[in-house]
Design a protein around this ligand. Structure first.
Ligand code: PMP
Length: 345
């Protein structure tokens, strides 16, 4: 415990929050009213439905998945924890990736093994398979699309790992809604595969709802570990209503995707900035000057992004979440201004 470090979140108050892959769009007034009404009548004096049946059904319909093959978590973070608790380590993943795989593994005293992604952030499946054998890894995490790099690993690479690695392979599809591609259709073919999804990126980070889809043998083990009332009454009610408005959510998602392309193009045109192609709701970009300096200046201007600048593969990298069109314009304007001031004095 003494060696562990807490996951730190920059809580600086800011005008424009583009650090955490939230959806900045809000639900229309009438849907908010519907949610408020459900909250008013919710039985908060009772424990929640332990299997969150209605919400699970709403999620199953929203993503076209099988409710029977799904368990829900208090965010997918909790499901990551349940997987590591159930299977134990060594836990293997390529880096850079989502920080919680390592933090949760270490908190549960499980060994961690890593391989680096290639220079363009793609995955070398043979190297990962070799490492899995060497370390006798029990769980492999593949965030696809990956955070913080934004790219998807190739289907071929993932298939090879599913075929050859003797481990549970978690395909973390937290950003599925922005990439549109999924390994879900292969669930029958790979009983060692576990898929993770979340409602956090499409507008409901505050409700903390994640979903895990896997073969019945895996689900029955994970159900032994899951805490019985892990999705609270208000989250079950609110998320259940929100998901029924699929057309509204789909509109927000397509706006985020077109804004991502606009932001990518704007960043590509800036001197000294190279954005990474993204299939998510964020963009990783590298600067040829001091990225931490740019991060600090953005913060002074009231814009919070994620600073990833430290020695290693993400040297001089920042990650910006796609915001509303106005927020994106303001972000672009501020970065342009910072670069212009840096260049001219
Ligand atoms: N997986 C990945 C790849 C993520 O980037 C995140 C959030 N940053 C999560 C899981 C966790 O999401 P949540 O716990 O909000 O569902």
């Amino acid at each position: 415990m003494r060696k562990l470090k807490a996951y730190t979140i920059d809580e600086t108050p800011c005008r424009i929050k583009l650090d955490a892959m939230e959806n900045a769009g809000t639900m229309p007034e009438e849907i908010q009213q519907e949610i408020a009404e459900a909250a008013r009548t919710a039985q908060i004096n009772r424990y929640p439905d332990p299997s969150a049946k209605q919400l699970k059904q709403a999620i199953a319909e929203f993503w076209n998945i099988d409710a029977e093959k799904t368990i829900l978590g208090n965010g997918s973070d909790e499901l990551i924890q349940a997987i590591i608790l159930a299977f134990g380590g060594p836990v293997l993943f390529p880096v850079p990736t989502f920080a919680m795989y390592e933090i949760i593994s270490r908190a549960l005293s499980q060994e961690v093994a890593t391989i680096p992604l290639t220079k363009d952030f793609s995955l070398d499946p043979d190297r990962l398979i070799r490492k899995a054998r060497e370390t006798k890894a029990r769980v492999i995490f593949l965030a696809c699309p990956n955070n913080p790099t934004g790219n998807r690993f190739s289907d071929e690479a993932i298939r090879k790992i599913l075929d050859k690695a003797n481990a549970a392979v978690v395909i973390d599809e937290a950003y599925f809604d922005f990439s549109g591609t999924s390994f879900l259709p292969s669930l029958e073919a790979y009983p060692n595969m576990i898929i993770l999804r979340t409602l956090s990126k499409i507008g409901f980070a505050g409700l903390r709802v994640g979903a895990l889809i896997a073969a019945p043998e895996v689900l029955s083990e994970l159900n032994k570990i899951r805490l019985p009332y892990n999705i609270n009454v208000l989250s079950q009610a609110a998320a259940g209503i929100a998901l029924k408005h699929k057309n509204v959510l789909e509109q927000q998602i397509s706006l985020l995707i077109s804004e991502r392309e606009r932001l990518y193009n704007a960043l590509s045109q800036m001197p000294g900035i190279v954005p990474s192609p993204s299939e998510t709701n964020f963009i990783l970009f590298r600067t040829d000057t001091d990225a931490t300096g740019i991060y600090n200046k953005l913060k002074q201007a009231g814009i919070l992004v994620k600073n990833l600048d430290k020695p290693g593969p993400l040297k001089n990298c920042l990650r910006v979440t796609v915001g509303t069109p106005e927020e994106n314009n303001e972000f672009v304007r501020q970065v342009q201004q910072i670069l212009a001031t840096d260049l001219h004095g």
